[in-house]
Design a protein around this ligand. Structure first.
Ligand code: NAD
Length: 496
């Protein structure tokens, strides 16, 4: 049994709050560790350390900040396997899946290495006679990040490399369900040469989040998690005049047109629906076949694939998906499947009751496939966040677009087709932030930005990429004149 510590001012310190959260191995159901839930005083200490580190870090030339990011990128690349193991141990995802998460995080660090270029300002000579104007972006100060369980390393790394490269100091509050990987990647950043106090990690639950949201020395908050909490964080944070970006949940649809290659579309649905046991905000959880014939072909192609899913612990190299995160998550997913059956959907493959020999206490769940799902059913309206794929009753292209646009979430979506006209109409008319054309999980690369629409995101900035530079800095514009000769007297009209 281990104890996950806070990282405050460069030191690893165990919380003395007396409140703990148990950490389980999702493959066995056994408790493997615990994390202290920080007190208000401990969080205040971390904020004070970040505040003290701010002036020197913000004043450091961006090229020198970039040098730390170059070292960090090298260290993360070197330790990728160790980070992936930390992720899988507490999250349960397969090792290769965890390595994929590390790779995407690494790309954000590599982008942050370009910070001198990204912070380059604008200059206009002679905006008036003898007058020049330049604009620059300056850091905000101390910023906080609050992250979910499902990408324990990548989501924190969507945030802090860019925030820190921009000249801010950072407080991370990772998910209390799998906090080790986030703590480890922050320790690596200190090892890469980041000055003490620039990155701090405080573990905790709602009370830690509330302390961060209300803290007067925190200027901005990045949040990723479920929609109800995202909305809460956005409202409470902006109420205390902070800049807040809060990314929430999702229900991602994939349209399958009659001309799509069915084998390709079904394989894409398998990876996007069941990878990481469906615990991805960009998981495809709804397949929308266009027309009866496509619907029949789709379910016939998917059924044997779902039945053949290889399920196992992260240590099993052949496993395609691992367990879900907790016993509560398993019970919640079971309840939603029950509701699908009660409300009349056709349960083609039932993952309830799946047991893995030797891992009977684990939170494993079988791949589940529903057919003939209707938009008023709970399994359609709710984010299930488990290995459950719903095939909607057949639609026309127009009704499919309308359904997606009417859904409360707007994170990701995809269309599989060979028809360029339909694909173009889809990408321009769909009310969703990230769109894939024959790409099932269109997570933007690090030099674009990530962000959903509607109730999948609160606040006006996407995360990482160019949007991160805007979120983590504020614009300053300076107008300069060096007058020659004597004053010409006061001017009372508006300068023009
Ligand atoms: P969650 O909302 O339960 O937790 C997220 C964070 O909020 C955690 O750090 C947690 O400690 C904190 N928190 C939980 N309850 C709180 C409360 N009442 N008050 C204040 N803070 C609270 O989310 P989760 O279950 O860890 O993660 C899964 C969710 O995250 C899914 O809905 C998924 O779609 C979403 N997600 C979204 C994205 C995205 O980019 N849009 C990415 C990953 C995950």
């Amino acid at each position: 049994m281990y104890q996950v510590k806070n990282l405050i001012n460069g030191d690893m310190v165990a919380s003395t709050s007396g409140r703990d959260n148990a950490i389980f191995n999702p493959a066995t159901g056994e408790q493997i560790g615990a994390v202290g839930l920080s007190s208000e005083a401990e969080i205040n200490q971390a904020v004070a350390a970040a505040k003290a580190a701010l002036p020197a870090w913000a004043a450091l030339p961006p090229a020198k900040r970039a040098r730390v990011m170059f070292s960090y990128a090298a260290l993360v690349r070197e330790k990728a396997d160790d980070i992936a193991r930390e992720i899988s141990r507490e999250h349960g995802k397969t090792h290769d899946d965890a390595l994929g998460e590390v790779t995407r995080a690494l790309e954000v660090i590599e982008y942050a290495c370009a910070i001198p270029e990204l912070l380059k300002g604008e200059f206009s000579r002679n905006v008036g006679s003898g007058i020049d104007t330049h604009s620059e972006r300056q850091p905000l100060g101390v910023v906080a990040g609050i992250t979910p369980f499902n990408f324990p390393a990548m989501v924190p790394m969507w945030m802090f490399p860019m925030a820190i490269a921009c000249g801010n100091t950072f407080i991370l509050k990772p998910s209390e369900r799998d906090p080790s990987a986030a703590t480890f990647v922050c320790e690596l950043l200190v090892q890469a040469g980041l000055p003490k106090g620039v990155i701090n990690v405080v573990h905790g639950d709602k009370s830690a989040v509330d302390t961060l949201l209300d803290h007067p020395d925190i200027k901005a908050v990045s949040f990723v998690g479920s929609t109800p909490i995202a909305e809460y964080v956005y409202r409470r944070g902006t109420d205390s005049a902070k800049r807040v970006q809060a990314l929430g949940g999702a229900k991602n649809h994939m349209i399958i047109m009659p001309d799509a290659d069915m084998e390709q579309a079904a394989d894409a649905l398998m990876g996007a629906g069941f990878g990481s046991a469906g615990e991805r905000c960009m998981a495809v959880s709804v397949a929308v076949p266009i027309g009866e014939e496509t619907a029949t072909k789709l379910v016939d192609t998917l059924k044997p694939k779902v039945e053949a899913l290889k399920i196992g612990p992260s240590t099993d190299e052949a496993a395609e998906m691992g367990p879900v995160i907790t016993a509560e998550a398993k019970a919640r997913i079971t309840g939603l499947i029950d509701s699908g059956v009660e409300q009349g959907a056709d349960l083609v493959v039932d993952g309830r009751g799946f047991q893995l020999q030797g891992y009977e206490g684990g939170y494993f769940f079988g791949g589940t496939l529903f057919d003939k799902v209707k938009p008023d059913m709970d399994i359609y309206k709710t984010e299930i966040f488990g290995p459950v794929l719903s095939v909607l009753e057949p639609q026309s292209f127009e009704s499919a677009v309308k359904l997606i646009n009417d859904h409360e979430y707007g994170n990701g979506t995809a269309i599989f087709t060979r028809n360029g006209d339909a694909a173009r109409k889809f990408s321009s008319g769909i009310e969703v932030g990230m769109v894939g054309i024959n790409v099932p999980i269109p997570v933007p690369v690090a030099f674009h930005s990530f962000g959903g629409w509607k109730r999948s995101s609160f606040g006006s900035h996407g995360i990482y990429g160019p949007e991160a530079v805007h979120f983590y800095t504020r614009l300053k514009t300076t107008t300069t004149r060096w007058p020659e000769g004597l004053s010409e007297g006061a001017v009372f009209t508006f300068p023009s």
